[in-house]
Design a binder for this molecule. Structure first.
Ligand SMILES: N[C@@H]1[C@@H](O)[C@H](O)[C@@H](COP(=O)(O)O)O[C@@H]1O
Length: 238
C-alpha cells in the first residue's frame, strides 16, 4: 500500500483529486465512487476542475435498502448533490434501494460491474474497518449482497438522520470480491476516530474481522490519511 499522510481533509481532497486526475490521464473510463463525509473534499476538487466525465461511467459502492433516490439521505441523492449535478457522467450506476427483490437487484448489480470493470475505486473506511457496507465478518468471496448493518454503523450514520430509528437497517453493497477486481483502489480516512481501523488495515493481519485488511492483498492501493487517522501507525509504516 502506498500511504500518503496529509495535514487534514482539505489537503486530502487535493491529493485525492491528483489520483483521479492521473487515472483520468492514463485512460481510466470507469470510476467506482463512494459516499460518506470522507470523499466530499475530493469531489469538491473534481467539481472545481476542468476534468470532463461526460464520456465516463461511474459505479457506486452501495445504497440503503428502502430509500428512494430522492430521499435526502439516499446515496443516489448524495451523489447528485456532491458530484453528478456539477459533473455528469455518461452512465452512473447506484444500487436500487427500492428493489425489494434482493436476489434480482444484487445479480443485476454484479452484471453492471462485470460490464463496466472499475479502473479506479475510491473508498472511505468505517470506524469498525468496513468498506462499502462490508461489515466485520463478511465473506470476502461475496459479490454484491444485501447487508444487515451493525449497531456501530447505525450509530455512526445516525448523525445524518433526524434520529437513530430512521437509519435503514439494510443496504445493498458491492462485495469485497467486487472491490478487489478494481484496477486501482484509493482509500481515504480522516480523523482520530478512524485511527484504530487505519492501523489494523495496514499493520494488522488480513482478517474478516477488519474488512479493509483485505486490501493488503491488492496490488495497487493508495491510502490517503490525515495526521489524526495516522496517529496510531508504527514507525515502520511512517
Ligand atoms: N457505507 C458508508 C461507507 O462507504 C463509508 O466509507 C463509511 C464511512 O463514512 P464517513 O466517510 O462519513 O466517515 O460509512 C458508511 O457506512
Amino acid at each position: 500500500m502506498n500511504v500518503i499522510i496529509v495535514k487534514d481533509r482539505t489537503e486530502g481532497g487535493q491529493k485525492g483529486f491528483q489520483v483521479f486526475k492521473e487515472a483520468y490521464q492514463n485512460g481510466a473510463k470507469v470510476f467506482g465512487l463512494a459516499t460518506g463525509s470522507t470523499p466530499v473534499t475530493t469531489y469538491e476538487e473534481l467539481t472545481k476542475s476542468n476534468l470532463d466525465f461526460s464520456q465516463m461511467t461511474s459505479v457506486n459502492l452501495d445504497e440503503y435498502v428502502g430509500l428512494a433516490p430522492d430521499h435526502p439521505q439516499s446515496y443516489h441523492y448524495f451523489m447528485q448533490k456532491h458530484l453528478f449535478d456539477q459533473k455528469p457522467f455518461a452512465h452512473s450506476y447506484v444500487p436500487d434501494g427500492l428493489n425489494s427483490d434482493a436476489a434480482a437487484e444484487t445479480a443485476r448489480y454484479d452484471q453492471v460491474i462485470a460490464d463496466n470493470p472499475i479502473d479506479l475505486q475510491i473508498l472511505g473506511l468505517g470506524q469498525n474497518g468496513h468498506i462499502g457496507f462490508n461489515e466485520p465478518g463478511t465473506d470476502p468471496a461475496l459479490g454484491t449482497h444485501k447487508v444487515q448493518l451493525t449497531e456501530s454503523t447505525i450509530k455512526a450514520n445516525a448523525r445524518f438522520f433526524d434520529n437513530e430509528n430512521e437509519v435503514p437497517r439494510y443496504a445493498y453493497s458491492m462485495g469485497i470480491k467486487s472491490i478487489m477486481t478494481s484496477k486501482h483502489v484509493l482509500l481515504e480516512a480522516f480523523g482520530e476516530e478512524k485511527a484504530d481501523a487505519v492501523k489494523a488495515m495496514i499493520e494488522g493481519p488480513v482478517t474478516t474481522d477488519l474488512p479493509a485488511s483485505f486490501l493488503q492483498n491488492h496490488g495497487h492501493v493508495t491510502v490517503i490519511i490525515d495526521e489524526a487517522a495516522a496517529s496510531k501507525l508504527s514507525q515502520a509504516t511512517l
